[in-house]
Design a protein. Structure first.
Length: 129
């Protein structure tokens, strides 16, 4: 028995599955971008904390520029906070560098949950001098 009224069924099934597969593909790409940016922020914060911990004459602006130099992507919206416990760069104090920035999705209409997500990287080291 042959049904002539099912000619477009395969096309409809393909259209539904392609939408799902494309959504999954872009979701995996965006998740990879989030992880890459987060790891890059951690690396940049670690390099800033290292610079602050081994330099005798260091300022907060020097640490901020060091962090910005280690960001491999557009650093629009990057916020760098340098703190020390106890206050001031004294021998044995702990220097903490926190770098954070908002995430902007490449596909904002498809994946709206990631827009506005704030990614943060943080590192702490002891002041050597």
């Amino acid at each position: 028995m042959k049904f002539n009224d099912e000619k477009g069924a395969a096309l409809v099934e393909l259209a539904l599955s392609v939408v799902l597969l494309v959504t999954l593909l872009f979701g995996m790409i965006e998740f990879g971008r989030v992880m890459y940016m987060r790891n890059s922020l951690n690396l940049a914060a670690r390099e800033g904390a290292r610079m602050a911990s081994v330099s005798k004459t260091v300022s907060t602006s020097d640490v901020e520029s060091q962090v910005k130099n280690f960001i491999p992507f557009d650093s629009t919206g990057l916020s760098v906070v340098v703190s020390s416990t106890p206050a001031g760069f004294t021998s044995g104090s702990t220097i903490t560098v926190t770098a954070s920035m908002p995430f902007q999705s490449v596909v904002p209409l498809l994946i709206t949950q990631l827009n506005g997500l704030t990614l943060t990287g943080q590192a702490s080291m002891r002041y050597e001098y």
